[in-house]
Write a protein that binds this ligand. Structure first.
Ligand code: GLU
Length: 524
């Protein structure tokens, strides 16, 4: 420890007297009244204008652990990096969580939930540290720090402000006053007492206890330009006073884990239990190797991609849930649970390394999901998607909701034989496009048997039930010495332009007598 600063000097150093004492903060944010074992988690994105699939994965784990334990899931906006701020970024985050069905509960008692609005809290904790000699004002300029860095590089030492390089670590009040009188605004640095020759044990719920060399860097707690906290200091204050029990965050934070544990201990606070999640990977098409999803190369790295292309958000969640809790798929297949939300996930089983997100596998989850939907839910999803993201053609397709409903009702009445060829809302509309004359593409390659078509046409009656309709097909086949299947195929291609479709009778019913005649006549 170093000598603490006087109250007056602390106020000058921080640009204002602290609003709270530590005791007042403890009283202001009391322990939460929750059932034993309840998880308090938070999704804490920085508003960068983009929501990464890995972010959604973490938020899902947060939300699931909180909801299955009767706890609380919060959304905290980490907007202390004012240089990186992007317009609408917060709206994108909120909208994504809503669309993917992740509900957070930001009760006012533990807010505010924007870090930029929590300055009073950070400054109050910083004041405490300055008073106790656990932090100090540092007046190094960026040029001076650059010089230090070069010296360290030349000598082959670790870079950073630590030990003998931390020039202002032990400066006295007089010198501090001189700098302040000079109009300089300091950063507030941690007065680190860690020794890298010693090891510190940090507990991760998945990895167990991990040992690291102790941190000896005098890390910046409060920046000088805007007097806002760094991630490290904000994390300490927020997760303590918001009473977070579990911090789910990306494995890129493992390297600063010892610093965080050091700070919690220094404050005499119990750290939350950490869950460092692995990156979300894919198999690179060129090299065939597994690699991290790249914001630059992979459209699916951005969750907006799934919304725009009309992937069922539930299917994306189901698949991400299965990545986080690998036993889920089996439990679902055995009929033990209906959705990921019913499955009890275990934090210990969250994967530690490179989790694969495979678009082909997602297709399977999407098909399975869509097959469980009622016609009206299917129609609603398709219409909502088309209105928000669809092309002009898609919008026309959904303009007559009754017709769309009959189209999508085909092969949905027998629960054992629900069609499973719908994957996304966009692809669904493409799959059934032949039902609309303006999208119907006649098949120019198929060698029609025109006798079949004219024979069938002469007896066709749209009021026929399925049996009579089939009798007419059989009759046509017999008359022309063909198989009924050949007749059906000629009709199928004439109706749809395709050789593979769902139930022919149903689709002809939906097309209606007039269109059926028109399409046959078109071929003839
Ligand atoms: N704002 C940090 C990030 O976006 C949050 C990390 C955490 O969850 O603590 O990576």
């Amino acid at each position: 420890m170093r000598n603490g600063l006087s109250k007056d000097l602390i106020a000058r150093v921080l640009g204002g007297a602290p609003k709270y004492t530590l005791d007042e903060l403890e009283a202001k944010f009391p322990a939460r009244k929750l059932p034993e074992g309840a998880f308090v988690t938070r999704f804490a994105p920085s508003p960068t204008g983009y929501m990464h699939l890995g972010g959604l994965y973490g938020a899902l784990i947060d939300c699931k652990l909180a909801s299955q334990s009767g706890g609380v899931f919060m959304l905290r906006i980490e907007d202390t990096d004012t240089k990186r701020e992007v317009k609408d970024a917060v709206d994108i985050i909120i909208e994504s969580l809503e669309k993917f069905g992740l509900k957070y509960n930001n009760v006012p008692e533990y807010g505010p939930y924007y870090q930029s609005m929590r300055k009073d809290i950070y400054h109050s904790v910083a004041a405490y540290l300055l008073e106790k000699g656990m932090a100090y004002p540092c007046f190094l300029t960026s040029e001076e720090m650059e010089e230090i860095r070069q010296k360290q590089n030349a000598a082959g030492f670790a870079t950073g402000i630590y030990g003998e390089y931390a020039r202002d670590r032990d400066i006295g009040e007089e010198e501090i006053i001189k700098h302040l009188d000079n109009g300089e605004v300091p950063t507030i640095r941690l007065y680190s007492t860690g020794n890298p020759d010693n090891r510190i044990f940090c507990k991760d719920a998945v990895r167990g206890s991990i040992s690291f060399p102790e941190n000896n860097e005098d890390t910046v707690l409060i920046k000088s330009n805007d007097r806002l906290p760094t991630y490290h200091f904000a994390h300490l204050c927020d997760d303590h006073f918001m009473r977070t029990t579990h911090v789910v965050r990306g494995e890129e934070w493992l390297s600063s884990f010892p610093l965080h544990v050091q700070m919690f201990r220094m404050m005499g606070w119990v750290p939350p239990l950490y869950i460092h999640t692995s990156t979300i990977d894919k198999i690179d098409e060129e090299s065939g190797k597994q690699r991290k999803l790249s914001k630059r190369k992979d459209p699916e790295a951005n969750v907006a991609f799934f919304l725009e292309a009309g992937w069922p958000t539930e299917a994306v969640i189901e698949y991400l849930g299965n990545i986080a809790a690998s036993g889920y798929e089996e439990a679902k297949m055995k009929g033990q649970v209906k959705s990921f939300w019913d499955y009890e996930m275990r934090p210990k089983k969250i994967p530690m390394s490179g989790s694969l997100f495979d678009m082909k596998k997602l297709e399977w989850w999407a098909k399975e999901h869509i097959a469980t939907l009622s016609v009206s839910d299917l129609v609603k999803s398709v219409v909502d998607w088309a209105k928000e993201y669809g092309s002009d053609d898609n919008k026309k397709q959904v303009s007559d909701r009754d017709y769309l409903t009959s189209v999508l009702s085909i092969e949905r009445d027998n629960p054992k034989r629900i069609r499973k060829d719908f994957i996304t809302w966009q692809q669904t509309l493409k799959e059934v496009s032949y039902f609309w004359d303006f999208l119907f593409v006649p098949n120019k390659e198929y060698e029609f048997n025109k006798d079949v078509l004219s024979e069938f046409l002469s007896s066709f009656d749209e009021k026929d039930d399925k049996d009579s309709w089939w009798q007419k097909i059989v009759y046509t086949a017999e008359k022309l010495a063909l198989k009924p299947g050949d007749v059906a195929m000629n009709l199928r291609v004439a109706m749809t332009g395709r050789t593979n479709t769902p139930d022919l009778y149903s689709l002809m019913q939906v097309l209606g007598g007039e269109r059926v005649r028109e399409r046959i006549n078109m071929v003839l």
